[in-house]
Design a protein around this ligand. Sequence first.
Ligand code: AMP
Ligand code: MN
Ligand code: MN
Ligand code: MN
Length: 276
Amino acid sequence: MQWPRVDLHCHSNLSDGALSPQDLVALAQDRKVDMLAITDHDNIDCYNVIDRPADGLKIITGTELSTTWRNIGIHIVGLNMDLTNSTLLQGIDYQTKARALRAQEIDRKLEDLGFSNCLEGARRYSSGNQIGRPHFAQYLVEIGAVSNMQQAFKRYLGAGKAGDIKQQWADLGDVISWIRSAGGVAVLAHPTKYNMTRTKLCQLLEDFVQLGGEAMEVISGSQTNAITESMAKLCRQFDLLASCGSDFHAPSQPWAALGMAPKLPEHLTPVWTRWQ
Ligand code: AMP
Ligand code: MN
Ligand code: MN
Ligand code: MN
């Protein structure tokens, strides 16, 4: 068990998660989490609806910003930001518009493949909140185009597929600077999820650090000790702070259980030393 028990990456239904922000907080309290950041994709709306709970749980502000680096979709988590900062708010506004444009583009691509009314269908799943590829995936399952979400990503929405539209996002340097303007820490999210070679990941980390990035997720969801060691090595090599999070989206995904991330290796400096 992590001590303190920390989860600095999870999603509510104000992006592509299953639980409301309030239910997420309640679940974190049930799990005896000490420190939680809800990091919805490209939005901070959850912080308007959760009451700051007293019951031993410290809430850290967060968001997960979409960007690209060398045409690869990359996610940067911002933590401990002043949510009233105008640079950050303008950035979030930019990403919200980019997401809406991208949804139209995904709709067109899927239409070309013979699937109609995808935007309308995806909107039903996003319930007026931030729209993303998982909502399109849910619609593709609904109409029987695929049998599950995983297949929807594999065939139509995942990296390199027709619905993988990423050119609208702000640059890596921009998203890092928004986070920093708001006094926050920029964290490279789930470094093993980009299918990069070690060499390429090192190049990304070099650019990330040079642009003001200060931390990386050494632990993302449940992972093998070998991966943890490998990420810990990179974290030290680039002199970064270490973060950990489940990337929890829904109770049905046991590999990303809220608040259950294993302990960070001892020799790393945890990102929360920045605000404790
Ligand atoms: P978006 O934010 O619209 O780019 O969608 C990215 C989100 O899709 C990620 O945060 C995951 O929640 C989800 N996702 C990515 N790849 C897959 C996959 N292969 N299967 C299911 N969900 C995925
Ligand atoms: Mn997601
Ligand atoms: Mn992500
Ligand atoms: Mn995430």
